[in-house]
Ligand binder design. Structure first.
Ligand SMILES: *Cc1c(COP(=O)(O)O)cnc(C)c1O
Length: 489
């Protein structure tokens, strides 16, 4: 935030040179200095015009300017305070002075003030064309060519033969459980370290979740905890109906090990790939590992349809049944015959058009999100106590969110303080997901760890998500990194 020397002008300079400086810098303001380079006042176009109207000539010196008590701040001011002050006093600039009244910076409202959010929609060029086509052909209602094409295109991208486009990722998970025949009274293993939508559909079915801890190398379901959970179940004489494995923050779980264990017990996996479209596990795309897998196109996900989801599977019959259940389980009779209860879970043809456009730029979005993460790791590498989310050698993460944990032994500032200070600078961050076994709504639900300590508790206590959108500018990233260095350095 150093000062552009063109903005500094001496009292002995002329009105003409001040006008030229204003013209050159385009900032709307210059800073007047006395013979000792001390700040005197700010000068705007209007100040110079008034001088001339009062009879000054262009070649007169700026000494003719009246005294003016300009608003200034010292360098301890936070961006938050500076913005509040500018709002209150209706100014757009704040000279920052040192103790000797020398100018060290000029804060310009235009340089900040916009809020940086965690992850926002990032449209490409083609979405509108697909949506326009839907309008022109009046394919507004559910179903239509965009839905069919979007299903085909996702299936192709993931390498899964069948896909059903749905109204949300939650709907996809719910149908997935129903297709796996999860019914009231059943138990379902589920990652604890996740967003609640991984677990809610278990409850929709009247079944009971049993939460499993994460491992430290992927932050996803720990194979040792899974093994232990199955052993416990067998000892107690029950088996889960399904295992919901989540791929968190754009990273796949360790499927070779998880699948081996589930196969041993003959229990199917439902892959919650809501956060991991575009990720790979040992070169196989996310969404290829469960009996069924669910994606989300919610607004904060790596690509979005504003709201939507997709269920994919090798099993064509299951996907056909998902389509049927998602459209109110209508039998093909003109009067709509019903033999069972379904849902209104289908994706609309308009939103599928958005999805098709987004899918065209998915690989770019993955590259951008990974670049955001790399930039953070590089720029913040000298800060004490920051541990970035690991990426095991078998993983290609999309880095959907850039996440880290703070080591309280090495980073003295508590997480909440860091988050609070960043919020003052209009930078949104979030703690990591609060594990399901700690959620009040799941109080009393069973939770199984690999050993005596809980990894997910630890991640939640110390973890942070940074702004991670693929549409962050270099300027945004600089602003975030500068703020973090200032706060935690
Ligand atoms: C977003 C998300 C979901 C739910 O997807 P929606 O489309 O918002 O219903 C499920 N699981 C995880 C892990 C998610 O992040």
């Amino acid at each position: 935030m150093a000062v552009d020397p063109d903005l500094l002008i001496a009292q002995t300079d002329t009105i003409r040179s001040a006008l030229k400086a204003l013209d050159r810098t385009g900032s709307g303001i210059v800073l007047l200095l006395d013979g000792e380079d001390r700040f005197v006042r700010t000068v705007t176009d209007g100040d110079l015009r008034r001088l001339i109207l009062a009879g000054s000539e262009l070649d007169d010196s700026l000494r003719a300017l009246p005294e003016w008590d300009s608003l200034t701040v010292d360098s301890a001011v936070s961006e938050h305070e500076a913005i509040a002050l500018m709002d209150r006093r209706r100014v757009d600039h704040l000279p920052v002075l040192d103790a000797g009244r020398r100018v060290v910076a000029l804060m310009d409202r235009r340089a900040f003030g916009s809020r940086i959010e965690l992850s926002t929609p990032h449209m490409g060029l083609a979405e509108r064309q697909y949506v326009d086509e839907a309008f022109e052909t009046n394919w507004i209602a559910p179903l239509g060519p965009n839905v069919d094409a979007f299903e085909r295109e996702i299936a192709e991208y993931v390498g899964s033969p069948h896909a059903a486009a749905l109204s949300s990722g939650t709907a996809a998970l719910h149908l997935g459980l129903r297709l796996l025949d999860v019914v009231a009274g059943d138990k379902v293993f589920c990652s604890s370290f996740t967003f609640i939508a991984s677990a809610s559909p278990i409850v929709y079915q009247g079944a009971e979740p049993v939460f499993l801890d994460a491992d430290r190398i992927s932050w996803n379901m720990c194979p040792l905890a899974l093994e232990r959970a199955f052993e416990t179940a067998r000892r107690e004489g029950w088996m889960p109906k399904a295992v919901v494995v989540v791929n968190l923050y754009g990273q796949s779980a360790d499927y070779d090990r998880l699948i081996e264990i589930c196969d041993k017990y003959g229990v199917p996996i439902l892959e919650d790939a809501a956060e991991s479209l575009g990720a790979r596990y040992k070169s196989t795309p996310s969404g290829r590992f469960g009996r069924l897998a669910a994606f989300s196109f919610n607004g904060n996900k790596i690509i979005t349809t504003s709201g939507g989801g997709m269920l994919v599977s090798d099993d064509g019959d299951a996907i056909a049944r998902a389509r049927y259940l998602s459209t109110q389980a209508r039998q093909p009779a003109p009067h709509y015959e019903h033999t069972e209860i379904g849902y209104n879970y289908r994706m609309s043809n308009i939103l599928a058009g958005v999805g098709r456009g987004q899918l065209e730029v998915l690989d770019d979005r993955v590259a951008s999100r990974r670049a955001v993460f790399d930039r953070y790791r590089e720029r913040l590498s000298t800060l004490p106590g920051l541990d970035w989310m690991p990426e095991p050698d078998w993983s290609f993460s999309t880095r959907w969110l850039s996440t880290l944990t703070l080591d309280p032994m090495r980073q003295k500032l508590p997480l909440d303080t860091i988050r609070g200070r960043l919020a003052e600078d209009l930078i949104e961050t979030r703690p990591l997901w609060k594990p399901m076994h700690l959620q009040p709504v799941f109080a009393g639900t069973r939770y199984i760890t690999a050993g005596t300590s809980s990894v997910s508790d630890d991640l939640f206590a110390n973890g942070l998500c940074l702004p991670s959108g693929s549409n962050l500018t270099d300027g945004d990233l600089d602003r975030i990194c500068d703020a973090i260095v200032r706060i935690a350095g």
